[in-house]
Design a binder for this molecule. Structure first.
Ligand code: NAD
Length: 531
């Protein structure tokens, strides 16, 4: 059984936090931070700025102003399942206002006359402000998205700071090209790279801040403006980010943040004729409908979608590396990771030993309260997500897979799950083919390289994959043949601002990160001059 620590009645562990009771907090819009959430926060403590943010009324950020929403919706804290905040549930009129502001800023506003160096400086300043507020951002994100705080600070917020700086550097390095044309007469031709325009950015709940920065940094470096819709379950860190945009001195309308439901205002944003490009990260199902809707306006689209990424372990692999990689992918962020190594193919001679090593590590994971610095794994994002994962676990049992770790509902308050491992699976099972999006690993044996490749590619998805072997020739052979946007060798889930990330097959269209992403926000104009 897992060593779950689902109780926060432990000694207070944080020393440099400002603590003040939130127990009776009522913000100015009259919405109470639920007592259970307030007690949780009081137990662990948060910075003064986090506390001030939680107490304040939450508003959209449109045209450089914080605008009250016509309707509100609750935001729940996943360790308790109780209300953390209330945010605007965006309306069509609010989407219209945000898109109009972004259009004005792009075509006529101060931003349209800024030089690349000015854009670079403001992005650098934003990065510095995020860094100065790293603890506050990590706390808000941890409370909102149920993320273990240590990993959240380092990966979610730390990775976002790196990306803001990386893309800031690109602002001054966008070049066109001269062309040697062959038509009769004397002509000079060249290309200009120009910003695409107004970007509608839609992000999921599993990396709310990080995914939003992935969607913002490149278009801003390119000179675009953005209307961003956070996931309805996790809007808070982006509303705090809006305060940092103000401090950084971004002109009005360059970044607009509207919170609300995907099916209503997300849909409004996607279909809006004032949007030049949709940059979407989320499920394949919603991505397909977003792509179709965007085509009605012939908007540009990039889609970063779901995955069911294979990890292939050969008998010569370093098993300790495999254990580390599974820990960092399928159990990190409660398995709510698009590129999680969720299908593990193991060569028969090391099959049982690999499973045992993974289970030994999984059973000592600390599953517990997210604000505790010692926690490895927090809860699922919502009651619905927890129920969906438990349903897949039941399906796995019915399909005849062997549970070797976890698989039970730990019960209690909040949306906690156990790290779960199914052995003896085969590719026909739903738990092997479908994205579970929880801490559930399925393990399948194989005999040789050809079979491993066939099994790994037998999926509608193609987001990522990894190969574990000491045979460098085999590694290179498989890298070329695996159908995935990223292939890691002897590791999994490594991501860097300068290395493109994105899927093939039903995992998406286009890349985030690296110069490849910047290119998605630039239009190429051809210019001819008769000499
Ligand atoms: P989701 O598709 O349900 O929602 C994503 C976003 O789309 C949310 O902001 C949601 O409000 C919005 N939305 C929902 N319906 C919409 C509609 N009709 N029109 C416009 N917007 C709409 O995904 P999720 O449950 O938030 O996130 C989990 C999924 O995201 C998983 O499938 C995961 O693999 C994927 N994901 C992919 C990547 C990647 O880089 N490929 C990264 C993170 C997550």
């Amino acid at each position: 059984m897992c060593c779950c620590t689902l109780c926060w009645n432990e000694p207070f562990s944080q020393t440099e936090q400002v603590i003040r009771s939130l127990s009776s907090t009522v913000n100015s819009s009259g919405d109470t931070v639920d007592k259970a959430v307030a007690a949780f926060i009081d137990k662990y403590g948060v910075t003064e700025r986090t506390r001030r943010f939680l107490e304040a009324e939450k508003r959209h950020y449109i045209n450089g102003e914080f605008v009250a929403g016509a309707e509100m919706m609750p935001v729940l804290e996943p360790c308790t399942g109780a209300q953390l905040a209330a945010v605007p549930s965006g309306t069509s009129a609010e989407v219209d206002a945000a898109v109009a502001a972004a259009n004005h800023a792009f075509r006529h506003g101060e931003w349209s006359s800024w030089t690349p160096a000015q854009r670079e400086r403001v992005l650098m300043k934003l990065a510095n402000l995020v860094e100065e507020n790293v603890q506050t951002l990590a706390e808000i994100e941890s409370l909102d998205a149920g993320k273990a705080i240590a990993g959240c600070r380092e990966v979610d917020i730390g990775g976002s700071i790196d990306l803001l700086r990386y893309m800031a550097g690109w602002a001054t390095k966008v070049d066109g090209a001269t062309r040697q044309v062959s038509v009769a007469g004397q002509h000079f031709a060249y290309t200009l790279k120009e910003p695409v325009g107004v970007i509608g950015a839609i992000v999921p709940w599993n990396w709310p801040f990080n995914m939003a920065v992935w969607k913002l940094a490149a278009p801003l470096a390119a000179g675009c403006t953005v209307v961003l819709k956070p996931a309805q379950l996790t809007p808070l860190s982006m509303l705090f980010f809006a305060e940092l945009c103000e401090e950084a001195g971004l002109p009005p309308g360059v970044i607009n943040i509207v919170t609300g439901r995907g099916s209503s205002m997300g849909n409004d944003l996607t279909r809006h004729p004032g949007i030049d490009k949709i940059s979407f990260t989320g499920s394949t199902e919603v991505g397909v409908s977003v792509g179709k809707a965007a085509m009605e306006n012939v908007s540009h689209v990039t889609l970063e979608l779901g995955g069911k990424s294979p990890m292939i372990v050969f008998e010569d692999a370093d098993i300790e590396r495999v254990v580390e990689a599974t820990q960092q992918s399928i159990f990190f962020n409660t398995g709510q990771v698009c590129s999680a190594g969720s299908r593990l193919y193991v060569q028969r001679p090391v099959y049982e030993a690999t499973i045992k090593a993974i289970v030994d590590r999984a059973t000592v994971m600390r599953v517990g309260p997210t604000l505790d610095e010692q926690t490895d794994m927090g809860p699922a994002i919502s009651a619905g997500q927890k129920a969906s994962v438990l349903e897949y676990i039941a399906i796995g049992r019915e399909e005849g897979a062997r549970i070797v770790c976890g698989g039970e509902d730990p019960g209690g308050e909040g949306y906690f799950l156990q790290p779960t491992v199914f052995a003896d699976c085969d590719n026909s099972m739903r738990i092997v083919q479908e994205e579970i999006f929880g801490p559930v690993l399925v393990v399948i044996p194989f005999d040789d390289e050809e079979e491993a490749l066939q099994l790994a590619n037998d999926s509608i998805y193609g987001l990522a994959a990894s190969v574990f072997t000491r045979d460098i020739s085999r590694a290179h052979r498989l890298v070329k043949k695996i159908e995935a946007g990223t292939v890691w060798v002897n590791t999994h889930d490594m991501i860097d601002a300068n290395t493109p990330f994105g899927g093939v097959k039903q995992s998406g269209i286009g890349k985030d990160l690296g110069p490849e992403q910047l290119d998605h926000f630039l239009e190429t104009k051809a210019v001819w001059i008769a000499l």
